[in-house]
Design a protein around this ligand. Structure first.
Ligand code: URP
Ligand code: ZN
Ligand code: ZN
Length: 472
């Protein structure tokens, strides 16, 4: 079989430009780009006429094979990454989740074993699920030797993942010294626990209790606090899954005083609102239980403004799937519903529909939001998120005229529920290449377990060279 694949006749799009050009991939990398490149006779040729040819998506926020809430998320690294590749995503960053007291290096070893079946490239963030000397010591090895250069903290989940501010400050300082990026799940866990108790006392145990116990102000307060903690420790901060106007404003204010703060949002938050929790159908309401929850529609308008202003620069999915049956663990008490929704395979098409097809975003902005910005922030650039000679041949081809209707019954993610059920998108990903390998070919999935490789990421900071794009 030829080691060359050519993509002919498409419109090439990066975060900076759009032009008609062909691409030649050789041995997993992009070997040539241009209007009149030589294509070897033996090359496999993909016809991209009428299509946009873009960097493969980077989803920097997934949870695969994660034990949680007395169960385990429904997708493993095989099903989750097969869903991803069919939706044009070629790299994920998944969260390693040590149990309380578990050494993070042990958790990393376990994640590496699980991820060996991934069909696309992957890297890891480390969840700082507890804090102590051992964690602190092992962070050095994680950053310097293992390529894990981002750490996620929680201001939510009291009695679980939530850490006190003092521990967060100590760990943030460690991140700064090591050249690592801090990430925050910004919701005020004390307020949530307080409201959960009040709701329980009132007998509100159904899924709407979830959204009632997690008000927008709990996210806003935690975002302001996370930024203040990061500024105090002098560490760059990336706030995950921003869902409210208040949190986006807090990030905008920090950016306007040149603080190194980045914001991520999810396509779900741009289009689904909190009315889903009022459904009388438990499965429907519980299927949308995630944290933070879907918000009243006015927040969507604020999130779009924040995207347009560059305040929120990354889209992810927070892919964390459960089946209807798993969600029923919380039938009698909303606090027991496993938190999380899916979408790793739908992100690109949904964002295209919401953003580009509606005229809100240019294709270049779409690339920035789905791959290039994440590549820069998470030190994957220029191998990923970029179509240039020498870059990994991670490529998604989108046909703007081939629509589809999203149905759980057709999906590859391992659940019987979709937050996008019945949504029509006007464009589809028709081909995906991962390091030159044609894994998604016009509806045919050719993704073998284990094609994906671990991507070790380099640390940030002056000792390692400041990234000119992000200042990190
Ligand atoms: O509800 C969510 N988001 N579940 C996944 C864990 C997290 O907080 O990101
Ligand atoms: Zn989170
Ligand atoms: Zn998450």
């Amino acid at each position: 079989m030829s080691r060359d694949t050519a993509i002919r006749g498409g419109i090439l799009v990066t975060d900076k430009e759009r032009r008609r050009a062909d691409i030649l991939c050789h041995d997993g990398r992009i070997a040539a780009i241009g209007a009149d490149i030589d294509i070897p006779a033996a090359a496999t040729v993909i016809d991209a006429g009428g299509c946009f040819v873009m960097p493969g998506g980077i989803d920097p926020h997934t949870h695969l094979e994660l034990p949680m809430a007395g169960t385990r998320v429904a997708d493993d690294f095989l099903s989750g990454t097969r869903a991803a590749v069919a939706g044009g995503t070629t790299t994920i960053l998944d969260f390693v989740g040590p149990a309380r007291g578990e050494p993070p290096l042990d958790a990393l070893a376990a994640w590496r074993e699980k991820a060996a079946r991934s069909v696309i490239d992957y890297g890891f963030h480390m969840t700082v699920s507890w804090w102590g000397d051992l964690f602190e010591r092992q962070m050095t090895t994680l950053v310097r030797d293992e390529g894990v250069t981002s750490f996620k903290f929680f201001l939510a989940y009291k009695g679980g993942l939530m850490l006190p501010d003092a521990d967060i400050l100590a760990a943030f300082e460690r991140c700064r010294d090591l050249g690592a990026l801090a990430q925050m799940h910004a919701e005020n866990g004390e307020i949530i626990a307080f409201l959960q108790e009040k709701l329980r006392t009132k007998g509100i145990l159904e899924p709407r209790g979830h959204v009632l116990s997690r008000p927008p102000y709990a996210e806003e307060e935690a975002s302001v606090r996370a930024i203040a903690l990061a500024e105090a420790a002098g560490v760059p901060l990336y706030i995950v899954h921003v869902s409210t106007a208040g949190a986006a404003d807090a990030i905008a204010r920090a950016q306007s005083r040149k603080a190194r703060v980045f914001g991520e949002t999810l396509p779900g938050f741009l289009s689904i609102d909190d009315r889903v929790y009022g459904s009388p159908d438990f499965d429907m309401a519980a299927g949308h239980v995630m944290s933070p929850p879907f918000r009243p529609a006015e927040h969507q308008r604020a999130l779009w403004r924040a995207i347009e202003d560059g305040v929120l620069s990354v889209t992810a999915t927070d892919h964390c799937c459960f089946t209807r049956e798993q969600k029923r663990l919380g039938r009698e008490d909303f606090t027991l519903i496993p938190n999380g929704c899916g979408g790793v395979g739908d992100r690109m098409e949904i964002l295209w529909e919401l953003g580009v097809a509606s005229g809100r975003l240019t294709p270049e902005q779409f690339v920035a939001l789905t791959s290039a910005n994440a590549a820069r922030i998470f030190n994957l650039w220029p191998a990923k998120g970029c179509l240039a000679v020498g870059a990994d041949a991670d490529i998604a081809i989108l046909d703007p005229a081939r629509g589809r209707t999203i149905r759980a019954a057709d999906q590859i993610q391992n659940t019987d529920f979709s937050i996008w059920e019945g949504r029509r998108v006007s464009a589809s990903i028709v081909h995906t290449l991962s390091r030159g390998r044609h894994l998604w070919a016009d509806g045919e999935l050719r993704a073998d377990p284990g094609h994906g490789r671990y991507v070790a990421r380099r640390p940030y900071g002056p000792a390692y060279g400041v990234n000119p794009h992000t200042g990190l």
